[in-house]
Design a protein around this ligand. Structure first.
Ligand code: HEM
Ligand SMILES: [Ca+2]
Ligand SMILES: [Ca+2]
Length: 301
């Protein structure tokens, strides 16, 4: 069973070691917070939160899957793991370090803090074919809902977790279809606000450099806040999958629920709800007890 403070007796300093490593990494790399948050999502969605994405076992390694394009932060996890191994060898899983690092990353971006359940064990498989079903920017809202539901996550969780895009950047690579070849008729996605379209096209010109990066939360790419939801409402979503959240009655209602006059009184808080959704995501397909293993090095079995 997962529990908050699972290492309380066996490795009491693990959480401070991980947060120290994350803070140190952030001092020299301002992009590390979003990268670490995304890493946890990509780990949990393939084989559960089991550190499978960390394995480097050749060209068939899961981490080389197309759906994991741009995922990183491995070196930070490995560094934290090495420091943890030095004080409590063989006790703390890589999967837990990923989950802790994601929490610390959110906090560094001034997002909500929350208790991370620990006690995950590391998985024994890594295969890129297992990552074929990752949510994709071009997925319809029905596909996105189905992929989240399959992991035990609701439509509300889909909205909240997508709002992780309040921090971080995307490569123009993921914008090409939306800007220049939107289905079914070509051209650009009509849901893009006309005041935003020229800006997007200027940043990601047709046949331009697909490695150019832009904030996914226009005007607020470094702060963890609800601006992303406001942007989605007003046609300023950058990713197509985020824009799709406003094309569906149910997910639209979830987005809007954070802006109603009543919502503060009903206790609807984006930050608190996001934190709860992260805890739920952290439970996907976990190995516990005597299942799986505790790796010594996160990149190898
Ligand atoms: C709903 C389905 C999702 C889709 C289709 C999606 C897609 C993407 C794409 C295309 C990028 C840009 C990657 C790059 O160019 O490097 C990205 C970045 C990111 N995603 Fe998602 N994402 C989804 C859900 C999530 C979830 C659930 C989380 C975390 C809870 C998350 C966290 C992030 C973060 C923090 C970044 C920024 C990474 C960086 O700055 O390097 N995403 N996502
Ligand atoms: Ca995994
Ligand atoms: Ca933001």
């Amino acid at each position: 069973q997962l529990q908050v403070g699972f290492y309380g007796q066996t490795c009491p300093n693990v959480e401070s070691i991980v947060s120290g490593t994350v803070r140190e990494a952030a001092a020299s790399n301002q992009n590390i917070a979003p990268v670490l948050l995304r890493l946890h999502f990509h780990d949990c969605f393939v084989q559960g939160c089991d550190g499978s994405i960390l394995i480097e076992n050749g060209e068939k390694a899961e981490r080389h899957a197309f759906g994991h394009q741009g995922v990183g932060g491995f070196e930070v996890i490995e560094k934290a793991k090495a420091e943890v191994e030095a004080v409590c060898p063989g006790l703390v899983s890589c999967a837990d370090i990923v989950a802790l690092a994601a929490r610390d990353a959110i906090l560094l971006a001034n997002g909500p803090s929350y208790d991370v359940e620990t006690g995950r064990r590391d998985g024994m498989v890594s295969n890129l074919s297992l990552a074929e079903n990752m949510p994709d920017v071009e997925d319809s809202i029905q596909q996105l809902k189905a992929k989240f539901l399959e992991k035990g996550l609701s439509e509300k969780d889909l909205v909240l977790l997508s709002a992780a895009h309040t921090i971080g950047t995307t490569a123009c690579f993921f914008m090409t279809k939306r800007l220049y070849n939107f289905s079914p008729n070509g051209g650009s996605d009509p849901s893009i606000n006309p005041n935003f379209l020229p800006e997007l096209k200027a940043t990601c010109p047709e046949n331009g450099n697909v490695n150019v990066r832009l904030a996914m939360d226009r005007g607020s790419g470094e702060a963890f806040d609800s601006q992303i939801l406001q942007n989605i409402r007003s046609g300023f979503a950058v990713l197509q999958s985020d824009a799709n959240l406003y094309r569906d009655e149910t997910t639209k209602r979830v987005v809007d629920s954070y802006f109603g006059i009543l919502s503060p009184f009903l206790g609807t808080s984006f930050e608190a709800d996001f934190a709860n959704a992260m805890v739920k995501m952290g439970r996907i397909g976990v190995l516990t007890g005597s299942q799986g293993t505790i790796r010594r090095v996160c990149a190898s079995f």
